[in-house]
Design a protein around this ligand. Structure first.
Ligand code: HEM
Length: 341
């Protein structure tokens, strides 16, 4: 168990006005979908985990897509990181999770520095920059602060940018988060599991890898100059899956000597080998969203033989942070609280 005070402090630092302790402190708004996963023909050569083995009947999956912010009120059109949590249902009532988001890197290399970041990035009052302030930003080689959306009074951008000015490790994630925008659909974004995991192949060889999901329909954002107002992402997914299917490829990038395996603020060079590990097909949005999404408790440590976590300290603390948060909001089942179901 990680330092329980640190775990609690981190969750409290994520709690914001407009959120609720009865809900997730981040990724509060979301929608569950179900479907199947079929491994690619080569997946088994790289990893012995059950979901990568050939099978006659594709594995069932439960997915929750989410908006990253911790507000109970839904603002789909606002620029925000989006999440995709996937649970692969294995044999004998076991499961394994893969949790990812639309940023390829994380904000901080350790739990302690993440606590500092989360505290600094608590939403603050936001104002529209004047044209002169924007010109000054450009001259300082900085991206000007985006104009607040109608009705947006506070946001994390100001505090996060100030923090990144002083802490170089936060710059890649803060910069990308500040320009990320809003997707036209949860299934038109790519999602990254960010941390490094270790996969074992049938010969017993270990590889240090990072996973990401690529939408078969392609990535498409809304027009930032004319952002959609209100709520549209849930309805979009319901409509798409009422009439058809949506797919994602699971890609696995293989790290090489010199790549950082334990620090998810560091991106790997773009030319690393990538392996297509399988195809996810979504085909339904279950009616009972409480059971199929809101009460679910994903955890990046819910792994299975053939995949293990790296030594990344942020990945390590997420095990207890997610359990604490799930217990607090009454999520079931929490895979690590002895209530596995
Ligand atoms: C120190 C680092 C992190 C902390 C403290 C943190 C904290 C949390 C917490 C407390 C929750 C709610 C859990 C629950 O109540 O079930 C959550 C959900 C989530 N987090 Fe993180 N997180 C961290 C890093 C990440 C990273 C690196 C990713 C992406 C790879 C990520 C993606 C998500 C997603 C997608 C959800 C929603 C899961 C769902 O739909 O149930 N988080 N996070």
């Amino acid at each position: 168990m990680d330092d329980p005070k640190l775990v609690e402090d981190i969750v409290h630092a994520l709690d914001i006005e407009g959120g609720s302790a009865k809900r997730r402190p981040v990724h509060t708004i979301g929608i569950g979908a179900t479907g199947v996963f079929e491994p690619s023909p080569v997946a088994k050569d790289f990893c012995t985990a059950e979901h990568f083995q050939p099978t006659e009947k594709p594995l069932e999956v439960a997915v929750r897509f989410s908006n990253g912010m911790g507000l109970v009120k839904e603002h789909d059109g606002w620029s925000d990181v989006r999440g995709m949590a996937v649970r692969f249902k294995l044999s004998n009532d076991r499961a394994t999770d893969l949790i990812s988001m639309t940023l390829p890197v994380f904000f901080a290399p350790t739990p302690e520095t993440f606590l500092q970041f989360a505290t600094a990035a608590r939403p603050k009052e936001c104002n529209r920059e004047t044209p002169w302030q924007k010109i000054r930003d450009f001259l300082k080689l900085q991206i000007p602060m985006p104009d607040p959306y109608p009705g947006q009074e506070t946001r994390p951008n100001e505090g996060a940018t100030e923090f990144a000015d002083k802490h170089a490790y936060a710059q890649p994630a803060v910069l990308q988060a500040s320009v990320i925008g809003a997707p036209v659909s949860y299934v038109r974004a790519s999602y990254h599991a960010v941390h490094t995991f270790i996969v074992t192949d049938p010969d017993g060889t270990d590889r240090w890898v990072r996973f990401n999901w690529q939408p078969i329909a392609g990535v498409l954002n809304t027009n930032p100059l004319d952002p959609p107002v209100g709520v549209y992402l849930k309805e979009d997914l319901e409509k798409r899956l009422a009439h058809g299917i949506e797919r994602f490829s699971l890609m696995m990038t293989i790290g090489e000597t010199g790549d950082d395996f334990n620090d998810s603020t560091k991106q790997w060079p773009p030319h690393r080998k990538r392996v297509m590990m399988g195809l996810l097909t979504l085909n339904d949005v279950p009616k009972d969203q409480e059971a199929h999404a809101e009460k679910l408790s994903f955890n990046p440590w819910l792994l299975t033989d053939g995949i293990r976590p790296s030594e990344d300290p942020v990945l390590k603390i997420r095990k207890d942070v997610y359990e604490f948060s799930s217990n607090r909001r009454g999520g079931i089942p929490c895979p690590f609280s002895g209530t596995e179901g």
